[in-house]
Design a protein. Structure first.
Length: 341
């Protein structure tokens, strides 16, 4: 089986950082409640909340992350054999955002894939890319993940009367993108030992919904565009994360004490702390960023991978878990640091 490595990770957060006082001002979400219950201190948006102007698209921020990843990997866009994007918020229903990103990167004549998925989409994309590379038909692939909230934000809207299942989203989520270059070529990086991607939502209600309704949103009878069942997520995600951790450890024949770093699900600051405690993981080995970046969906696992690439040493093993609550998907990855030096 072909050895597949991540040789460069890049990210992009559209600035400036937005604090909880600004969220309170614009969305009627109490800043103290966000601090104490949600735990996210900042997030980033492609939209200027004062003017409503959208400054970047998903394709824009993914392309910036990709340029960063290509630079770190010392790989040219012409060397990319395929591109995979994971997102819950594409710029359009058509054309596919992955192809708009390729346009910005100057990539042409290669297979492209777009997965519409939530928080686990980044790991689903890495799973697909790993499988493609292990066939031996490709040498180098580009994997992207990112999300933007702009299509769900109308700054003229009265937010004071929204259901809590919708309002909580404005405290949780932000925008961001990430990218990784994967290859079967020799070189230093993070070897992918195992990936996991599995839906376990049979007979279980969705924990999250994003309804892309177009002009229907103007109707008085419009379906709620955003819905977050926070209590259900709080109940199920830690258990699913712990089960995924145990499965991944079993697949590579290791125990927790042998793992150098952990990347856990990152919905919000407080919940992430609870998940880490529930999984009984050492804090000093856990890569945690959501409180400062907000939950940027498919961009967030790449933020963790970006942290990891600067820390992992040759021979060290890292384990990542992502749980998607929209229809309860488990995602996982096991990596080992490798060096040619």
């Amino acid at each position: 089986m072909q050895s597949v490595k991540i040789i460069g990770v890049g990210t992009h957060l559209p600035g400036p950082a937005i604090d909880n006082q600004k969220i309170q001002e614009k969305f009627s979400v109490n800043a103290e409640w966000v601090d104490l219950v949600i735990g996210n201190r900042h997030r980033y948006l492609v939209m200027d909340l004062d003017t409503g102007k959208v400054n970047s698209s998903l394709a824009d921020i993914c392309a910036l992350a990709a340029f960063n990843a290509l630079d770190k990997a010392e790989v040219d866009a012409d060397d990319i054999d395929f591109v995979v994007l994971g997102t819950a918020t594409p710029d359009h229903l058509m054309p596919a955002t992955v192809n708009l990103i390729c346009e910005k990167l100057g990539i042409n004549g290669v297979p492209t894939y777009q997965l519409q998925s939530g928080c686990a989409g980044a790991l689903q994309a890495l799973d697909i890319a790993t499988a493609l590379l292990r066939t031996g038909q490709h040498r180098t692939g580009l994997v992207l993940g990112g999300d933007v909230c702009a299509k769900y934000i109308d700054i003229e809207r009265d937010f004071s009367g929204l259901a809590s299942t919708e309002l909580v989203n404005y405290a949780l989520f932000g925008d961001g993108a990430g990218a990784a270059v994967l290859t079967t070529e020799d070189g230093s990086g993070m070897e992918i030992l195992h990936t996991l991607n599995r839906c376990e939502g049979l007979n279980r209600e969705p924990g999250q919904e994003l309804n892309w309704l177009g002009s229907c949103l103007t109707s008085p009878d419009a379906v709620q565009p955003l819905k977050e069942e926070y209590k259900a997520i709080e109940e199920h995600v830690p258990v699913m994360a712990r089960d995924t951790l145990a499965e991944l450890l079993g697949k590579v024949g290791m125990d927790i004490g042998e793992i150098g770093y952990f990347m856990t699900p990152q919905l919000a600051g407080i919940m992430t702390e609870k998940i880490i405690e529930f999984m009984e993981l050492p804090l000093d080995k856990t890569l945690n960023c959501v409180a400062d970046t907000g939950n940027n969906g498919n961009g967030l696992p790449f933020l963790q991978l970006n942290m990891l690439q600067d820390l992992i040493q040759p021979g060290q093993v890292a384990l990542g878990v992502a749980i998607e609550s929209s229809k309860w998907i488990k995602g996982g990855i096991v990596l080992r640091g490798v060096s040619t030096n």
